[in-house]
Write a protein that binds this ligand. Sequence first.
Ligand code: GTP
Length: 330
Amino acid sequence: MLAVVLVGGFGTRLRPLTADLPKQMLPICGVPMIEWVVGHLATHGVQEVGLSLGYRPDGFLNAYPDGQIAGIPYRVAVEPEPRGTAGAVRFATDEFGVDDTFLVLNGDVLTDLDITDLIEFHREHQAEATIALQPVPDPSRFGVVSTSLDGQVKEFVEKPEVGRAPSNNVNAGTYVLEPSVIERIPSGIEVSIERETFPELARAGTLYALSSSTYWLDTGTPKQFLEANLDVLLGRRLRRAELPPAHLDPSAEVVDSVIGIDSRIGAGARIQRSVLFRDCQVGAKASVINSVLADSVYVGEGARLEGCVIGHRQRVEKGEHLIAVKRPDE
Ligand code: GTP
């Protein structure tokens, strides 16, 4: 089965981490996010991946020049301009030529979802499209879905006002689609699958959804990106990662943090609930708390960072204090 993975967004909420790289090339415990996504698909029988690209396609092409990601062959469709989530599916499937049931995924969602189950459910119900749902405490930031007992979608409401959501099951960003869905998406323009295609399919009575409670995280904000790293580190996922060797002074204190390859942590420094990409340098007695540091960031002696997101090659000088007014969750 083919999986079309949407990875063309600008990732503005993760700037400056996404200033040079697409979001899905950012590391989760040292492994690019796209490898986590594709590796999971491979465990559910996906044989080919179609990357739907827009922003920084070179980020993927340079990293995987042999045409494989996590051992799975991939093709690419590069949009001339952003087409939105449904427009991207239309553009990519026109490029790839699709004549059988296929999967579509938001490429910035990390999940242990049982995709095999979802496909079986889709086939049993002879659905035209099936959405994976995830129950969440506050559904107001998501596409909220209510279904009848057999899973037929009655209502699909994108980002309802607080207290107005018809259920707490939200669109988890994994879909099983029949090729007929492609015909419903106008070509050459921006179209949203959440706001246009799904409501149309719900009205036609051919949209189904299956809820399951499993590991699931949308990594779109710095707080969630940090969480995604800590979830792997602390063993909350099915798959684990081997952490690369880092150079820690024996008197440095590292708590719940991911230290990237070739990074160096000086004497008496403290790193807590943070992610450092590769080749960062943290000086003696500096502290980095609740922060994300991109590749080759320099933090001088005694500097203090709290709730910060620091871009590639930036320097925080000796003794500087950078304390975010808000935590990095917006
Ligand atoms: P923000 O700018 O921070 O909102 O991030 P984003 O651009 O990634 O948008 P969002 O998180 O809503 O996107 C969800 C998924 O769809 C991500 O995997 C994006 O890469 C992808 N995506 C969003 N818009 C497009 C688009 O126009 N084309 C393609 N191919 N993918 C898209």
